[in-house]
Structure formats: C-alpha cells, structure tokens
Design a protein. Structure first.
Length: 181
C-alpha cells in the first residue's frame, strides 16, 4: 500500500457502475465486443503539474497543465491554479501506476502538447511561441475508473473520474499495458 495525494474524484463508484452498465450505444458496443461488465476499480495515475507561460503577440497568459508521469500519453489536464486543500484527498491504495517518465522527457512532451493547444486556439500563424515551463509538483495523482469486461481475456474501459467522461482506446491501451506488467 502506498500513500498518495489525489485530486478528489467527481464520480462515485455507484455513478461509475451506472455509466458503464448504461443502456447507451457505447455500453452496448462494449458488451457485444467484450462480454458483460464484470467489475470496476479505481486507479490513480501520477501527473506532474507545470506552470506554463507563453507569449503570443503582446499577451503572456499563464496556465497550469498536468501531464501523466508514466509515459506522457494521456490527455493533458488544465487547471486555473495549483490544486490544494479541499480539492485533494490523501489515500492509502495499491491501485496507483508507478511514475516512469523523467522530468526532462515530461517537459519536452508537455511543450509539444501545449503548442498543440495554443495552435488549436487559433494561434496557428505563430511559428514558435516562447514557452516558459516551471515544474510545480510531481506528487499529484488523478483518479480513473476502470471497467473490466470479458471472459477469457479481460478488456478495460476507462472513465476519467475528474472530467466525468469515458476515455478512448488510447487510455484503455495505457491501463491494459499497466495491468499486463
């Protein structure tokens, strides 16, 4: 068991079960493809939180982005500030993925992903915005719900327990690889 600090989830276990077992199209697809829902589990992924300041024209907004500290493949989280106090919860759990990404690699991946965010906001004419990246913390975990389906081979479906959304194939592959190790 390890002690971690996690962002407080916005989805309870009961809500997650209802969502995974719903009569919606996505749930029906998963049942047809992989069998019925067997069980769910909460899992916590380490993220590194960075303060990012970038100059675009005469403005220099500051944002807080978190990138997963495992391999950098999950979606970025954006915050208005450093999460603290009532936003966090201390947990004792075995269900947390170990960090594997170095700070240098995390920062490089973060720069690439932030540039995509900047360009998606309509600043595609800017060739190379000046990014100022500062590590705030690397001890922040974010909660996910995993739903397990299948008979012989377990398949997992993923829900982001903060943003309350079902994730895609990238997240399913991320967790299935972790479970296989």
């Amino acid at each position: 068991m390890g002690s971690i600090y996690s962002l407080k989830p916005n989805v309870s276990e009961e809500e997650a079960v209802r969502r995974f077992a719903s009569a919606g199209l996505g749930s029906a697809y998963w049942r047809m493809r992989s069998g019925r829902l067997r069980r769910i589990a909460d899992v916590y992924v380490p993220f590194s939180l960075y303060r990012v300041k970038y100059e675009i024209g005469s403005t220099a907004p500051t944002h807080f982005f978190a990138i997963d500290a495992v391999d950098g493949s999950l979606d970025l989280f954006e915050f208005t500030g450093v999460p603290a106090g009532a936003q966090l919860v201390a947990l004792e759990t075995r269900n947390h993925v170990p960090s594997a990404l170095t700070n240098t690699n995390a920062e490089n991946l973060l720069r690439e992903k932030v540039l995509r965010v900047v360009f998606q906001q309509g600043f595609f004419k800017v060739r190379e915005p000046n990014l100022e990246v500062t590590l705030e913390t690397h001890d922040l975990h974010l909660p996910y719900w995993l739903a397990f389906y299948g008979k012989k081979v377990a398949r997992c479906r993923v829900m982001d327990a903060v943003r309350r959304r079902i994730e895609g194939a990238k997240a399913s592959t991320f967790f299935e690889q972790w479970l296989a190790t």
